[in-house]
Design a protein around this ligand. Structure first.
Ligand SMILES: Nc1ncnc2c1ncn2[C@@H]1O[C@H](COP(=O)(O)OP(=O)(O)O)[C@@H](O)[C@H]1O
Ligand SMILES: [Mg+2]
Length: 398
């Protein structure tokens, strides 16, 4: 009997060759008998299916760095197309788009303590994977390869980031809400008293002009305070089945009270067959109102806004989920890439009387609905804002 290199229990055989080892050590490498062979084949198939169907990525390789095993999830995570001759190929070749992974795999045989839980970001796709490395040993305890088990954590990361942002906003928000409340009352006082004075000075037109300016400014300040409150207030969704078309129609009416539409026309292309989303009707109306208000302000009284919607299926980590994509496209001046990058930041504005909160509120509402938002724009080519909303709310069945 050869001496095992480590004082560890020796495995009774390779995967698929189970059974009592007692008194049969000498036969460990003998070919299985006929019945045993059938069971062996069954077990082998079972393990193959087990690995193939795993919801984790699995990739194993031999000491000389050649691929010994890979499953579909691994191909998916690495965005690699399976090839017939992949098994036996150098892993470094297969993963040449992912040098950071190759580096980790290369270290598998050197590292004393193999990481049990580590993360890395894949460069080309930006995906974050969580992985474990393990060594593969033969009957004699000799290391003959290594395996990596991993999972796509991108979505988990996004949720954590959102959580962190929420915490930060909660702290800043409490302070802002307190200030906004304090400012609101004196502002209302200024507006009312200026109104009183205006009535009393009917015979002094120049005084009236000044008072009218004061009232206008106070109104504007009040609108900003209102938006700040709206922005910092935590959203509690009143979820109901909401037809996108209805939310859009209400928003068109509401936007008229917030900005000058002028001669801008609106083309609504929302098919009647579109499934209603489980969302907060008031919040969704607010979302589209803010987008429309911005479009009116960008277009300066002429041109066309197109609001279109269509069904979509979105990738939700392990599942696919039904969603609705709504696009609001305007013919305004568009934005530079540098500007577009900043527009969702709270208080970012290029307008002399803007609050810079319109799009921050939009993003907040989209996040609360577990949706996503992006924009396509270029100077001179208008702006299209794309909002994707899942059809079912997070805590409901999919
Ligand atoms: N449709 C649009 N076309 C061009 N620029 C836009 C559009 N929507 C938003 N922006 C830019 O994004 C900035 C931030 O918008 P928003 O958050 O709504 O704040 P505000 O409207 O108060 O400035 C605007 O000041 C403007 O520069
Ligand atoms: Mg705005």
């Amino acid at each position: 009997m050869t001496k095992s290199r480590r004082p560890r229990p020796r495995p009774s055989g390779r995967a698929g060759k189970r059974g009592s080892d007692d008194g049969r050590r000498g036969r460990a490498s003998a070919p299985p008998r006929a019945g045993g062979r059938a069971r062996h084949a069954r077990d082998e198939a079972f393990f193959r299916y087990l690995v193939t169907g795993m919801r984790n990525g699995v990739l194993a390789f031999t000491r000389d760095g050649r691929l010994a095993l890979i499953n579909d999830e691994a191909y998916r995570i690495f965005d690699a197309a399976p090839r017939r001759d992949d098994l036996g190929r150098p892993v470094a070749k297969l993963l040449q788009q992912h040098p950071e992974v190759v580096r980790v795999l290369n270290s598998a045989f050197d590292v004393h303590l193999l990481p049990n839980r580590a993360e890395l970001r894949l460069r080309p796709s930006g995906k974050v994977i969580g992985y474990t490395l393990g060594l593969v040993r033969d009957d004699a305890g000799e290391v003959i390869g290594a395996a990596m088990f991993f999972k796509d954590l991108t979505r988990v990361e996004q949720l954590e980031e959102r959580e962190r942002l929420r915490d930060r906003l909660a702290a800043v928000g409490e302070m802002a809400a307190a200030i906004a409340h304090e400012v609101k009352n004196p502002l209302a006082g200024i507006e009312v008293m200026a109104g009183l004075l205006r009535r009393k000075t009917a015979d002094a037109p120049d005084v009236q002009t000044v008072l009218t300016d004061i009232i206008t400014e106070a109104k504007m300040a009040n609108a900003i305070v209102q938006e700040v409150l709206e922005f910092v207030r935590p959203i509690r969704l009143q979820v109901e089945r909401t037809a996108v078309r209805e939310a859009v129609q209400s928003a068109i009416q509401l936007a008229d009270t917030k900005a000058q539409r002028g001669g801008v026309t609106i083309d609504v292309r929302v098919p009647a067959s579109l499934p209603p989303v489980h969302g907060d009707r008031y919040q969704l109306t607010q979302l589209f109102t803010n987008l429309l208000t911005n479009a009116y302000e960008a277009m300066d009284g002429s041109g066309r806004i197109t609001i279109s919607a269509a069904g979509r299926s979105i990738d939700d980590g392990d599942d696919r989920r039904a969603a609705v994509l709504v696009e609001v496209a305007d013919q305004g001046p568009g934005m530079s890439a540098e500007l577009a990058e900043r527009v969702f930041k709270p208080f970012f504005t290029t307008k002399s009387h803007g609050s810079g909160l319109g799009l921050a509120i939009v993003r907040k509402i989209v996040d609360a609905h577990d949706g996503s938002i992006d924009l396509q724009t270029a100077p001179g080519h208008g702006t299209t804002i794309r909002v994707t909303l899942p059809v079912t709310a997070l805590d409901e069945g999919r």
